[in-house]
Ligand binder design. Structure first.
Ligand code: ADP
Ligand code: MG
Ligand code: ZN
Length: 480
């Protein structure tokens, strides 16, 4: 029998606010344990939550960019469960009335061109249990509440994906958009972005979905793909052997490359949701949505299309240059100053990205100012230096803060565009390469390229190639 996998994701993204969702504690990552805490996020009796406006605006921004309907009224609820990293004994989350409904994302590549979204809701993050690196860690659990109360959005997809690779492609493109929007830092190692994968299989042709298992704790795109692929194989094998898939929560173990049962449906929490009595319903006006929309950066897809339409760039260039806001901004600044858009694109996609990659840097680290690169492009356009010299100048200017003009003048790199100077170099070369000249005149015209190369070399790469070609032809053919 043939089976079709069905996958839906639940993605938790921390919002990049400076302070937590219901109190003024810092959200900064990596502080000493339990230093970013207060009575509110520690759940002390009598402490009252106050909703962070910025968190709401970020959530609206993400929802709007993903095409969701932001709801005029949404409601915070208490999700009750007992866990050491949850000091109140409940998590404040949205349940029956989430912030946003619907929406979706067009996915480039992968096997699902469009993944629908069910909802986006707001909630607070829990603290973190630590099991390693402390006194008597094998018998004790330590808890760090710094993360408790950091604002999250949970993005729930429709069960639209059909493979591990398709789910990973969606997740990675969703991450790019959240980072582009500046609502999430995309740092999966620090847990700012986390994914649970719901997986089921059904016989091809069957309408009804199979029973799903939810795989938690998947912390990279590669693991999302691997965990889902493992889970698909496990479920198919189970069914083929006459078994049934049970609804359960499973944990991905990256060390063994398997998923393991964590708790079954019988052990599932009964969260006993009820509306949070300490917070009024969240009311979001159309004006507020419009105001958030007005401050939103142009989305990657729109910017890519604009680069093609208004700059006349090839699709390929536009795709590369819109990988991040920073890169797109950098390119546009170079292009605006240099005027020569295609050259700006070539330099940014070529030397700039190559140098950044070599050093493991991103565009935010680039020491070369856009105006400085534009200056270099200008020198090539004016014919002051050749494109090969320009690469050399680029390397000299990259970290030095020196301008291209300065380097070309001080280091004596300007192109030799003086006819008489080049003529004397050409004559010297012809004299010392009598054999090649004879071959050329005997009809072996390919030798011409060799001679151009020799003149270039003799001019230390500074000869204007166009002039050299002309002079060489005249000297060779004229004297024949
Ligand atoms: P639960 O109530 O168990 O949390 P939901 O209906 O809220 O389940 O769905 C949670 C996630 O699981 C969503 O992303 C949804 O698309 C996905 N999902 C639901 N049913 C299935 C299924 N049969 N197979 C795979 N994914 C599913
Ligand atoms: Mg769920
Ligand atoms: Zn606090």
């Amino acid at each position: 029998m043939k089976y079709e996998p069905v996958i839906g994701l639940e993605i938790h993204a921390q919002l990049r606010t400076r302070t937590k969702i219901f109190c003024g504690c810092s959200t900064a990552y990596g502080a000493a344990p339990n230093t970013h805490v207060c009575p509110v996020c520690l759940g002390m009796p009598g402490a009252l939550p106050v909703l962070n406006r910025q968190a709401v605006d970020y959530a609206i921004r993400a929802a709007t960019a993903l095409g969701c309907e932001v709801q005029p009224v949404s409601v915070f609820a208490r999700k009750n469960y007992f866990y050491p990293d949850l000091p109140k004994g409940y998590q404040i989350s949205q349940y029956e009335q989430p912030l946003a409904l619907g929406g979706g994302l067009d996915v480039v590549g992968g096997d699902t061109p469009h993944v629908g979204l069910t909802r986006i809701h707001m909630e607070e993050d829990a603290g973190k249990s630590l099991h390693e690196g402390f006194v008597d860690s094998s018998r004790r659990t330590y808890v760090d509440y710094n993360r408790g109360g950091v604002p999250l959005i949970e993005i729930v997809t429709e069960p639209d994906m059909r493979s591990g690779a398709g789910a990973a492609a969606f997740f990675s493109q969703l991450r790019d958009i959240l980072v582009w929007l500046d609502v999430n830092d995309g740092n999966m190692e620090e847990g700012s972005l986390r994914c649970d994968a719901n997986v089921s299989v059904r016989p091809v042709g069957q309408q009804r979905f199979g029973t799903k298992a939810e795989v938690k704790n998947v912390n990279s795109f590669r693991y999302v793909q691997k965990a889902i692929e493992y889970e698909i194989d496990r479920q198919i094998e189970l069914l083929e052997n006459g078994g049934t898939v049970v609804q359960e929560t499973r944990l991905w173990d990256s060390a063994t490359g398997r998923t393991m049962s964590m708790r079954s449906k019988e052990e599932a929490h009964d969260y006993r949701y009820f509306p949070e009595p300490d917070l009024p319903p969240l009311v979001v006006s159309d004006e507020r949505v419009a105001a958030v929309r007005a401050t939103m950066p142009e989305l990657p897809e729109a910017r890519r299309r604009r680069f093609v339409a208004s700059y006349g760039l090839p699709d390929y260039d536009a795709g590369v240059l819109t990988q991040s806001v920073g890169l797109a901004d950098y390119f546009e600044q170079v292009a605006a100053t240099a005027g020569n858009v295609k050259a700006a694109s070539n330099w940014v996609m070529g030397e700039v990205l190559r140098t950044l990659n070599d050093r493991g840097n991103t565009i935010e680290d680039v020491p070369l100012a856009p105006d400085a690169l534009a200056g270099l492009i200008g020198l090539v356009d004016k014919g002051t230096i050749s494109s090969s010299t320009a690469k050399d100048v680029f390397a000299r200017m990259y970290d030095s803060g020196r301008s291209a003009d300065d380097i070309v003048a001080t280091d004596g790199l300007a192109q030799i565009g003086d006819e008489s100077a080049l003529l004397s170099i050409v004559r010297q070369v012809l004299e010392s390469h009598g054999d090649a000249v004879a071959q050329y005149r005997a009809g072996k015209t390919a030798t011409f390229g060799f001679l151009v190369g020799q003149v270039m070399k003799a001019s230390k790469g500074k000869g204007n190639p166009k002039l050299i070609n002309g002079i060489l032809r005249r000297e060779l053919d004229g004297a024949a």
